[in-house]
Design a protein around this ligand. Sequence first.
Ligand SMILES: Cc1cc2nc3c(=O)[nH]c(=O)nc-3n(C[C@H](O)[C@H](O)[C@H](O)COP(=O)(O)OP(=O)(O)OC[C@H]3O[C@@H](n4cnc5c(N)ncnc54)[C@H](O)[C@@H]3O)c2cc1C
Length: 447
Amino acid sequence: MTRTLRVAVVGSGPAGIYAADALLKSDVAQDPGVSIDIFERMPAPFGLIRYGVAPDHPRIKGIITALHQVMDKPQIRLFGNVDYPNDLTLDELHQFYDAVIFATGANADRDLDIPGIELDGSYGAADFVFWYDGHPDVPRSWPLTAEKVAVLGVGNVALDVARILAKTADELLPTEIPANVHEGLRQNAAKEIHVFGRRGPAQAKFSPMELRELDHSPNIEVIVDPEDIDYDEGSIATRRGNKQADMVASTLENWAIRDAGTRPHRLYLHFFESPVEVLGEDGRVVGLRTERTELDGSGNVRGTGRFKEWDLQSVYRAVGYYSEELAKLPFDPDSGTVPHDAGRVEPGTYVTGWIKRGPVGLIGHTKGDANETVASLLSDHVAGELTPASRPEPEAVDAFLEERGVRFTTWEGWQRLDARERELGAAEGRERIKIVPREEMLDASGA
Ligand SMILES: Cc1cc2nc3c(=O)[nH]c(=O)nc-3n(C[C@H](O)[C@H](O)[C@H](O)COP(=O)(O)OP(=O)(O)OC[C@H]3O[C@@H](n4cnc5c(N)ncnc54)[C@H](O)[C@@H]3O)c2cc1C
Protein backbone atom coordinates (compact mmCIF):
# COMPACT_ATOMS: atom_id res chain seq x y z
CA MET A 1 0.00 0.00 0.00
CA THR A 2 1.53 3.33 -0.97
CA ARG A 3 -1.18 5.68 0.29
CA THR A 4 -1.61 6.89 3.88
CA LEU A 5 -2.54 4.04 6.24
CA ARG A 6 -6.10 4.55 7.53
CA VAL A 7 -6.78 3.29 11.06
CA ALA A 8 -9.97 3.41 13.14
CA VAL A 9 -9.83 3.29 16.92
CA VAL A 10 -13.07 2.48 18.74
CA GLY A 11 -12.96 4.01 22.24
CA SER A 12 -11.26 7.24 23.29
CA GLY A 13 -10.05 6.17 26.74
CA PRO A 14 -6.34 6.23 27.49
CA ALA A 15 -5.77 2.92 25.66
CA GLY A 16 -7.26 4.23 22.40
CA ILE A 17 -5.41 7.53 22.56
CA TYR A 18 -2.09 5.87 23.43
CA ALA A 19 -2.61 3.56 20.43
CA ALA A 20 -3.06 6.61 18.19
CA ASP A 21 0.06 8.13 19.71
CA ALA A 22 2.08 4.95 19.09
CA LEU A 23 0.94 4.90 15.45
CA LEU A 24 1.99 8.53 14.99
CA LYS A 25 5.42 7.79 16.46
CA SER A 26 6.01 4.82 14.13
CA ASP A 27 8.03 4.81 10.89
CA VAL A 28 4.81 4.39 8.91
CA ALA A 29 3.73 7.84 10.12
CA GLN A 30 6.70 9.29 8.18
CA ASP A 31 6.24 7.24 5.06
CA PRO A 32 3.61 6.73 3.65
CA GLY A 33 1.81 8.45 6.56
CA VAL A 34 -1.00 7.39 8.83
CA SER A 35 -4.35 8.97 9.65
CA ILE A 36 -6.52 7.90 12.55
CA ASP A 37 -10.21 8.35 13.34
CA ILE A 38 -11.30 7.70 16.92
CA PHE A 39 -14.93 6.71 17.47
CA GLU A 40 -16.40 7.23 20.93
CA ARG A 41 -19.93 6.51 22.14
CA MET A 42 -19.86 9.36 24.66
CA PRO A 43 -20.05 12.99 23.52
CA ALA A 44 -16.78 13.56 25.44
CA PRO A 45 -13.49 11.68 25.15
CA PHE A 46 -11.14 10.16 27.78
CA GLY A 47 -13.14 7.12 28.96
CA LEU A 48 -12.74 6.25 32.61
CA ILE A 49 -10.47 9.22 33.22
CA ARG A 50 -13.64 11.29 32.92
CA TYR A 51 -16.18 8.67 34.10
CA GLY A 52 -14.20 6.47 36.51
CA VAL A 53 -11.38 8.36 38.23
CA ALA A 54 -12.79 9.96 41.38
CA PRO A 55 -13.46 13.72 41.33
CA ASP A 56 -11.16 14.28 44.32
CA HIS A 57 -8.21 12.97 42.27
CA PRO A 58 -7.48 16.03 40.15
CA ARG A 59 -3.84 15.03 39.70
CA ILE A 60 -4.93 11.84 37.89
CA LYS A 61 -7.58 13.70 35.90
CA GLY A 62 -4.65 15.92 34.85
CA ILE A 63 -3.39 13.07 32.61
CA ILE A 64 -6.01 14.44 30.23
CA THR A 65 -3.62 17.34 29.51
CA ALA A 66 -1.05 14.92 28.05
CA LEU A 67 -3.76 13.11 26.06
CA HIS A 68 -4.95 16.48 24.71
CA GLN A 69 -1.55 17.01 23.12
CA VAL A 70 -1.94 13.73 21.24
CA MET A 71 -5.50 14.53 20.17
CA ASP A 72 -4.39 17.97 18.92
CA LYS A 73 -2.32 16.30 16.17
CA PRO A 74 -3.76 16.96 12.71
CA GLN A 75 -3.63 13.27 11.73
CA ILE A 76 -6.25 12.40 14.37
CA ARG A 77 -9.99 13.06 14.20
CA LEU A 78 -12.55 12.37 16.92
CA PHE A 79 -16.08 11.20 16.19
CA GLY A 80 -17.93 11.39 19.52
CA ASN A 81 -21.45 10.17 20.24
CA VAL A 82 -20.87 7.30 17.80
CA ASP A 83 -21.63 3.84 19.13
CA TYR A 84 -20.23 0.56 17.82
CA PRO A 85 -22.02 -1.34 16.27
CA ASN A 86 -25.27 0.68 16.35
CA ASP A 87 -23.93 3.60 14.32
CA LEU A 88 -21.15 1.81 12.47
CA THR A 89 -20.65 -1.96 12.06
CA LEU A 90 -17.40 -3.88 11.72
CA ASP A 91 -17.97 -4.40 7.99
CA GLU A 92 -18.56 -0.68 7.56
CA LEU A 93 -15.43 0.16 9.54
CA HIS A 94 -13.42 -2.15 7.27
CA GLN A 95 -14.76 -0.33 4.22
CA PHE A 96 -13.26 2.93 5.49
CA TYR A 97 -10.13 1.69 7.25
CA ASP A 98 -7.23 -0.66 6.62
CA ALA A 99 -7.18 -1.62 10.29
CA VAL A 100 -9.50 -1.26 13.29
CA ILE A 101 -8.37 -1.18 16.93
CA PHE A 102 -10.96 -1.75 19.65
CA ALA A 103 -10.17 0.04 22.91
CA THR A 104 -13.60 -0.11 24.47
CA GLY A 105 -12.48 -0.71 28.06
CA ALA A 106 -14.91 -1.95 30.71
CA ASN A 107 -17.88 -0.10 32.11
CA ALA A 108 -20.05 -2.48 34.10
CA ASP A 109 -19.80 -4.33 37.41
CA ARG A 110 -18.73 -7.93 37.58
CA ASP A 111 -21.50 -10.00 39.20
CA LEU A 112 -21.24 -11.21 42.78
CA ASP A 113 -23.23 -14.36 43.19
CA ILE A 114 -24.47 -14.27 46.80
CA PRO A 115 -28.09 -14.39 48.02
CA GLY A 116 -29.69 -10.98 48.49
CA ILE A 117 -27.40 -9.14 46.07
CA GLU A 118 -30.48 -8.06 44.07
CA LEU A 119 -32.19 -6.34 47.05
CA ASP A 120 -33.05 -2.64 47.05
CA GLY A 121 -30.11 -0.81 48.57
CA SER A 122 -27.56 -3.19 47.00
CA TYR A 123 -25.55 -1.45 44.28
CA GLY A 124 -22.70 -2.02 41.88
CA ALA A 125 -19.76 0.33 42.35
CA ALA A 126 -19.64 1.12 38.61
CA ASP A 127 -23.15 2.60 38.67
CA PHE A 128 -22.38 4.74 41.72
CA VAL A 129 -19.09 5.87 40.16
CA PHE A 130 -20.94 6.85 36.95
CA TRP A 131 -23.42 8.83 39.08
CA TYR A 132 -20.83 10.83 41.04
CA ASP A 133 -18.74 11.34 37.91
CA GLY A 134 -21.74 12.83 36.07
CA HIS A 135 -22.30 10.12 33.41
CA PRO A 136 -25.28 11.08 31.23
CA ASP A 137 -26.79 7.59 31.01
CA VAL A 138 -27.49 6.95 34.73
CA PRO A 139 -30.26 8.48 36.88
CA ARG A 140 -29.55 11.99 38.18
CA SER A 141 -30.27 11.16 41.81
CA TRP A 142 -28.82 8.51 44.10
CA PRO A 143 -30.48 7.23 47.30
CA LEU A 144 -28.02 8.04 50.09
CA THR A 145 -30.27 7.39 53.08
CA ALA A 146 -28.23 4.59 54.71
CA GLU A 147 -26.35 5.45 57.92
CA LYS A 148 -24.31 2.27 57.82
CA VAL A 149 -22.95 1.08 54.51
CA ALA A 150 -20.91 -1.93 53.38
CA VAL A 151 -18.39 -1.83 50.54
CA LEU A 152 -17.37 -5.30 49.35
CA GLY A 153 -13.87 -5.56 47.91
CA VAL A 154 -10.38 -4.40 48.74
CA GLY A 155 -9.14 -2.70 45.59
CA ASN A 156 -8.82 0.96 44.62
CA VAL A 157 -12.42 1.20 43.36
CA ALA A 158 -13.64 0.06 46.80
CA LEU A 159 -11.49 2.80 48.33
CA ASP A 160 -12.92 5.42 45.94
CA VAL A 161 -16.50 4.41 46.76
CA ALA A 162 -15.84 4.29 50.52
CA ARG A 163 -14.03 7.65 50.48
CA ILE A 164 -16.72 9.44 48.47
CA LEU A 165 -19.39 8.02 50.81
CA ALA A 166 -17.40 9.08 53.89
CA LYS A 167 -16.43 12.60 52.81
CA THR A 168 -18.84 15.49 53.25
CA ALA A 169 -20.50 17.16 50.28
CA ASP A 170 -18.68 20.40 51.05
CA GLU A 171 -15.34 18.63 51.06
CA LEU A 172 -16.09 17.51 47.49
CA LEU A 173 -17.54 20.81 46.31
CA PRO A 174 -14.23 22.26 45.03
CA THR A 175 -13.98 19.33 42.59
CA GLU A 176 -15.69 19.06 39.19
CA ILE A 177 -18.83 17.32 40.56
CA PRO A 178 -22.01 18.49 38.89
CA ALA A 179 -24.72 20.31 40.86
CA ASN A 180 -27.02 17.26 41.08
CA VAL A 181 -24.19 15.23 42.63
CA HIS A 182 -23.36 17.89 45.19
CA GLU A 183 -27.04 18.11 46.10
CA GLY A 184 -27.29 14.30 46.37
CA LEU A 185 -24.19 14.12 48.57
CA ARG A 186 -25.63 16.83 50.87
CA GLN A 187 -28.41 14.34 51.70
CA ASN A 188 -25.90 11.54 52.40
CA ALA A 189 -26.72 10.02 55.82
CA ALA A 190 -23.70 7.69 55.96
CA LYS A 191 -21.87 7.77 59.31
CA GLU A 192 -20.20 4.36 59.18
CA ILE A 193 -18.63 2.73 56.16
CA HIS A 194 -17.47 -0.88 56.46
CA VAL A 195 -15.10 -2.20 53.79
CA PHE A 196 -14.86 -6.01 53.71
CA GLY A 197 -12.08 -8.20 52.34
CA ARG A 198 -12.11 -12.01 52.24
CA ARG A 199 -8.38 -12.23 52.68
CA GLY A 200 -5.79 -10.43 54.80
CA PRO A 201 -3.78 -7.19 54.76
CA ALA A 202 -1.01 -8.74 52.64
CA GLN A 203 -3.54 -9.70 49.94
CA ALA A 204 -5.33 -6.33 49.69
CA LYS A 205 -5.12 -4.81 46.20
CA PHE A 206 -5.00 -1.17 47.32
CA SER A 207 -2.32 1.16 45.99
CA PRO A 208 -0.31 2.45 48.97
CA MET A 209 -0.93 6.10 48.09
CA GLU A 210 -4.69 5.68 47.65
CA LEU A 211 -4.87 3.86 50.97
CA ARG A 212 -2.90 6.50 52.91
CA GLU A 213 -5.04 9.22 51.34
CA LEU A 214 -8.10 7.95 53.27
CA ASP A 215 -6.52 9.26 56.43
CA HIS A 216 -6.06 12.78 55.04
CA SER A 217 -9.72 13.77 55.28
CA PRO A 218 -10.63 15.74 58.40
CA ASN A 219 -13.98 13.93 58.37
CA ILE A 220 -12.84 10.29 58.12
CA GLU A 221 -11.64 8.18 61.04
CA VAL A 222 -10.01 5.08 59.55
CA ILE A 223 -10.25 2.07 61.87
CA VAL A 224 -8.53 -1.31 61.56
CA ASP A 225 -9.09 -4.09 64.11
CA PRO A 226 -5.77 -5.52 65.42
CA GLU A 227 -7.41 -8.97 65.20
CA ASP A 228 -7.45 -8.54 61.41
CA ILE A 229 -3.67 -8.27 61.12
CA ASP A 230 -2.40 -11.74 60.34
CA TYR A 231 0.17 -13.25 58.01
CA ASP A 232 1.17 -16.77 57.00
CA GLU A 233 4.17 -17.92 54.98
CA GLY A 234 2.44 -17.04 51.71
CA SER A 235 1.67 -13.54 53.01
CA ILE A 236 5.24 -13.02 54.18
CA ALA A 237 6.54 -14.10 50.77
CA THR A 238 4.10 -11.66 49.12
CA ARG A 239 5.34 -8.81 51.31
CA ARG A 240 8.98 -9.68 50.58
CA GLY A 241 8.43 -9.87 46.82
CA ASN A 242 6.06 -6.93 46.36
CA LYS A 243 6.99 -3.53 47.73
CA GLN A 244 3.49 -2.14 47.20
CA ALA A 245 1.85 -4.99 49.15
CA ASP A 246 4.39 -4.48 51.92
CA MET A 247 3.65 -0.74 52.14
CA VAL A 248 -0.10 -1.42 52.25
CA ALA A 249 0.32 -3.98 55.04
CA SER A 250 2.56 -1.59 57.04
CA THR A 251 0.01 1.22 56.77
CA LEU A 252 -2.77 -1.11 57.94
CA GLU A 253 -0.62 -2.29 60.88
CA ASN A 254 0.01 1.30 61.95
CA TRP A 255 -3.69 2.06 61.85
CA ALA A 256 -4.50 -1.08 63.84
CA ILE A 257 -2.32 -0.09 66.80
CA ARG A 258 -3.41 3.53 67.18
CA ASP A 259 -6.32 4.82 69.25
CA ALA A 260 -9.40 5.87 67.29
CA GLY A 261 -9.91 9.64 67.12
CA THR A 262 -13.07 11.70 66.95
CA ARG A 263 -13.52 12.50 63.25
CA PRO A 264 -17.25 12.31 62.51
CA HIS A 265 -17.37 9.54 59.88
CA ARG A 266 -15.95 6.15 60.74
CA LEU A 267 -14.47 4.03 57.97
CA TYR A 268 -13.69 0.46 59.04
CA LEU A 269 -11.37 -1.74 56.98
CA HIS A 270 -12.23 -5.36 57.81
CA PHE A 271 -10.14 -8.34 56.72
CA PHE A 272 -10.81 -12.10 56.83
CA GLU A 273 -14.57 -11.49 56.51
CA SER A 274 -16.10 -13.15 53.45
CA PRO A 275 -19.55 -11.78 52.50
CA VAL A 276 -21.94 -14.73 52.14
CA GLU A 277 -25.38 -13.09 52.10
CA VAL A 278 -26.97 -9.67 51.87
CA LEU A 279 -29.79 -9.70 54.42
CA GLY A 280 -33.15 -8.19 53.51
CA GLU A 281 -36.54 -7.31 54.88
CA ASP A 282 -39.45 -6.26 52.66
CA GLY A 283 -37.13 -6.35 49.68
CA ARG A 284 -34.61 -3.91 51.22
CA VAL A 285 -31.11 -4.40 52.57
CA VAL A 286 -30.98 -4.59 56.36
CA GLY A 287 -27.64 -6.26 56.86
CA LEU A 288 -24.80 -8.43 55.69
CA ARG A 289 -23.70 -11.90 56.82
CA THR A 290 -20.00 -12.68 56.62
CA GLU A 291 -18.01 -15.79 57.35
CA ARG A 292 -14.73 -15.42 59.20
CA THR A 293 -11.84 -16.82 57.17
CA GLU A 294 -8.29 -17.82 58.10
CA LEU A 295 -5.05 -18.15 56.20
CA ASP A 296 -4.12 -21.62 54.99
CA GLY A 297 -0.35 -21.15 54.81
CA SER A 298 -0.18 -20.26 51.11
CA GLY A 299 -1.74 -16.76 51.35
CA ASN A 300 -5.15 -18.15 50.46
CA VAL A 301 -7.97 -18.42 52.98
CA ARG A 302 -10.52 -21.01 54.05
CA GLY A 303 -13.81 -20.53 55.88
CA THR A 304 -13.92 -21.12 59.64
CA GLY A 305 -17.68 -21.76 59.90
CA ARG A 306 -18.01 -18.73 62.20
CA PHE A 307 -20.57 -16.23 60.89
CA LYS A 308 -21.35 -12.66 61.85
CA GLU A 309 -24.26 -10.39 60.97
CA TRP A 310 -23.70 -6.72 60.41
CA ASP A 311 -26.49 -4.24 60.77
CA LEU A 312 -26.33 -2.07 57.58
CA GLN A 313 -28.75 -0.43 55.17
CA SER A 314 -26.86 -0.54 51.93
CA VAL A 315 -24.21 -2.59 50.18
CA TYR A 316 -21.89 -1.59 47.34
CA ARG A 317 -20.02 -4.35 45.55
CA ALA A 318 -16.65 -3.29 44.19
CA VAL A 319 -15.48 -6.70 43.03
CA GLY A 320 -14.25 -5.69 39.60
CA TYR A 321 -15.37 -4.18 36.33
CA TYR A 322 -16.54 -6.22 33.34
CA SER A 323 -16.33 -5.45 29.62
CA GLU A 324 -19.22 -5.45 27.21
CA GLU A 325 -19.11 -8.13 24.52
CA LEU A 326 -18.39 -6.59 21.11
CA ALA A 327 -20.50 -7.61 18.11
CA LYS A 328 -18.60 -9.73 15.54
CA LEU A 329 -15.60 -10.21 17.83
CA PRO A 330 -14.81 -13.35 19.86
CA PHE A 331 -15.30 -13.01 23.63
CA ASP A 332 -14.14 -14.95 26.66
CA PRO A 333 -16.93 -14.59 29.25
CA ASP A 334 -14.73 -15.68 32.18
CA SER A 335 -12.14 -12.96 31.79
CA GLY A 336 -14.54 -10.59 30.01
CA THR A 337 -11.96 -9.94 27.30
CA VAL A 338 -11.48 -10.47 23.56
CA PRO A 339 -9.03 -13.34 22.87
CA HIS A 340 -6.02 -12.07 20.95
CA ASP A 341 -2.41 -12.70 20.07
CA ALA A 342 -0.29 -9.70 21.10
CA GLY A 343 -3.35 -7.49 20.47
CA ARG A 344 -4.22 -9.11 17.10
CA VAL A 345 -7.71 -10.64 16.88
CA GLU A 346 -7.03 -11.29 13.20
CA PRO A 347 -5.05 -9.27 10.66
CA GLY A 348 -6.90 -5.96 10.34
CA THR A 349 -8.71 -6.18 13.70
CA TYR A 350 -6.99 -5.50 17.04
CA VAL A 351 -7.70 -4.84 20.72
CA THR A 352 -5.96 -2.81 23.38
CA GLY A 353 -6.46 -1.65 26.99
CA TRP A 354 -8.94 -3.22 29.39
CA ILE A 355 -10.92 -5.03 26.67
CA LYS A 356 -7.63 -6.78 25.81
CA ARG A 357 -6.04 -7.29 29.24
CA GLY A 358 -9.01 -7.24 31.60
CA PRO A 359 -10.06 -4.54 34.06
CA VAL A 360 -6.94 -4.28 36.17
CA GLY A 361 -4.12 -1.78 36.33
CA LEU A 362 -3.64 1.93 36.14
CA ILE A 363 -3.90 4.36 33.24
CA GLY A 364 -0.13 4.13 32.65
CA HIS A 365 -0.39 0.39 32.01
CA THR A 366 -2.54 0.99 28.93
CA LYS A 367 0.50 2.55 27.21
CA GLY A 368 2.34 -0.79 27.14
CA ASP A 369 -0.84 -2.47 25.83
CA ALA A 370 -1.07 0.06 23.03
CA ASN A 371 2.58 -0.31 22.02
CA GLU A 372 2.26 -4.08 21.73
CA THR A 373 -0.98 -3.87 19.74
CA VAL A 374 0.36 -1.23 17.36
CA ALA A 375 3.51 -3.32 16.80
CA SER A 376 1.27 -6.25 15.71
CA LEU A 377 -0.74 -3.98 13.41
CA LEU A 378 2.39 -2.53 11.79
CA SER A 379 3.94 -5.94 11.30
CA ASP A 380 0.75 -7.08 9.51
CA HIS A 381 0.92 -3.93 7.41
CA VAL A 382 4.52 -4.55 6.42
CA ALA A 383 3.73 -8.23 5.69
CA GLY A 384 0.88 -7.16 3.39
CA GLU A 385 -1.69 -8.92 5.59
CA LEU A 386 -4.12 -5.99 5.80
CA THR A 387 -7.06 -5.83 3.40
CA PRO A 388 -6.97 -2.27 2.00
CA ALA A 389 -10.07 -0.17 2.69
CA SER A 390 -12.35 0.19 -0.31
CA ARG A 391 -13.32 3.80 0.62
CA PRO A 392 -10.22 5.29 2.26
CA GLU A 393 -11.08 8.97 1.66
CA PRO A 394 -11.60 10.67 5.08
CA GLU A 395 -14.64 12.64 3.83
CA ALA A 396 -16.45 9.36 3.15
CA VAL A 397 -16.79 8.77 6.91
CA ASP A 398 -18.41 12.14 7.66
CA ALA A 399 -20.76 11.69 4.75
CA PHE A 400 -21.68 8.18 5.89
CA LEU A 401 -22.47 9.25 9.48
CA GLU A 402 -24.44 12.27 8.29
CA GLU A 403 -26.45 10.13 5.94
CA ARG A 404 -27.16 7.72 8.78
CA GLY A 405 -28.39 10.64 10.90
CA VAL A 406 -25.74 10.28 13.63
CA ARG A 407 -25.31 13.50 15.60
CA PHE A 408 -21.56 13.19 16.06
CA THR A 409 -19.18 15.46 17.92
CA THR A 410 -15.63 16.34 16.90
CA TRP A 411 -12.36 17.31 18.62
CA GLU A 412 -13.23 20.97 18.11
CA GLY A 413 -16.65 20.18 19.61
CA TRP A 414 -14.99 18.70 22.68
CA GLN A 415 -12.91 21.86 23.03
CA ARG A 416 -16.13 23.90 23.03
CA LEU A 417 -17.71 21.62 25.65
CA ASP A 418 -14.50 21.74 27.71
CA ALA A 419 -14.48 25.55 27.55
CA ARG A 420 -18.15 25.68 28.59
CA GLU A 421 -17.53 23.39 31.61
CA ARG A 422 -14.57 25.52 32.66
CA GLU A 423 -16.68 28.67 32.30
CA LEU A 424 -19.37 27.15 34.54
CA GLY A 425 -16.67 26.29 37.08
CA ALA A 426 -15.01 29.72 36.94
CA ALA A 427 -18.32 31.39 37.84
CA GLU A 428 -18.12 29.54 41.17
CA GLY A 429 -14.36 29.73 41.67
CA ARG A 430 -13.92 26.08 40.65
CA GLU A 431 -11.82 24.60 37.84
CA ARG A 432 -14.75 22.91 36.09
CA ILE A 433 -18.33 21.84 36.60
CA LYS A 434 -19.33 18.89 34.47
CA ILE A 435 -22.32 19.03 32.17
CA VAL A 436 -24.34 15.83 32.60
CA PRO A 437 -27.30 15.50 30.16
CA ARG A 438 -26.26 14.10 26.78
CA GLU A 439 -28.34 16.65 24.87
CA GLU A 440 -26.68 19.53 26.74
CA MET A 441 -23.26 18.03 26.07
CA LEU A 442 -24.11 17.78 22.37
CA ASP A 443 -25.46 21.32 22.28
CA ALA A 444 -22.36 22.70 24.01
CA SER A 445 -20.20 20.77 21.50
CA GLY A 446 -22.12 22.25 18.60
CA ALA A 447 -22.75 18.70 17.31
C1 LIG B 1 -13.63 3.68 39.36
C2 LIG B 1 -12.25 3.69 38.74
C3 LIG B 1 -11.29 4.55 39.22
C4 LIG B 1 -10.01 4.55 38.65
N1 LIG B 1 -9.08 5.41 39.15
C5 LIG B 1 -7.83 5.40 38.64
C6 LIG B 1 -6.85 6.28 39.16
O1 LIG B 1 -7.09 7.04 40.10
N2 LIG B 1 -5.61 6.23 38.57
C7 LIG B 1 -5.31 5.39 37.52
O2 LIG B 1 -4.19 5.41 37.00
N3 LIG B 1 -6.25 4.56 37.01
C8 LIG B 1 -7.48 4.53 37.55
N4 LIG B 1 -8.41 3.67 37.06
C9 LIG B 1 -8.03 2.76 35.95
C10 LIG B 1 -8.14 3.43 34.59
O3 LIG B 1 -9.36 4.11 34.51
C11 LIG B 1 -8.02 2.36 33.48
O4 LIG B 1 -6.73 1.77 33.60
C12 LIG B 1 -8.15 2.92 32.07
O5 LIG B 1 -9.20 3.85 31.98
C13 LIG B 1 -8.42 1.79 31.06
O6 LIG B 1 -8.36 2.39 29.79
P1 LIG B 1 -9.15 1.89 28.48
O7 LIG B 1 -8.88 2.92 27.46
O8 LIG B 1 -8.84 0.47 28.24
O9 LIG B 1 -10.72 1.91 28.90
P2 LIG B 1 -11.72 3.10 29.20
O10 LIG B 1 -11.06 4.17 29.98
O11 LIG B 1 -12.91 2.43 29.77
O12 LIG B 1 -12.09 3.71 27.77
C14 LIG B 1 -12.92 3.00 26.87
C15 LIG B 1 -13.70 3.99 26.00
O13 LIG B 1 -14.39 3.27 25.00
C16 LIG B 1 -15.71 3.79 24.87
N5 LIG B 1 -16.58 2.73 24.35
C17 LIG B 1 -16.92 1.59 24.99
N6 LIG B 1 -17.71 0.85 24.21
C18 LIG B 1 -17.89 1.53 23.05
C19 LIG B 1 -18.64 1.28 21.86
N7 LIG B 1 -19.34 0.15 21.73
N8 LIG B 1 -18.61 2.18 20.87
C20 LIG B 1 -17.88 3.33 21.02
N9 LIG B 1 -17.16 3.63 22.12
C21 LIG B 1 -17.16 2.74 23.13
C22 LIG B 1 -16.07 4.19 26.28
O14 LIG B 1 -17.13 5.13 26.31
C23 LIG B 1 -14.75 4.77 26.79
O15 LIG B 1 -14.65 6.14 26.51
C24 LIG B 1 -9.71 3.66 37.60
C25 LIG B 1 -10.68 2.79 37.12
C26 LIG B 1 -11.94 2.80 37.69
C27 LIG B 1 -12.98 1.84 37.16
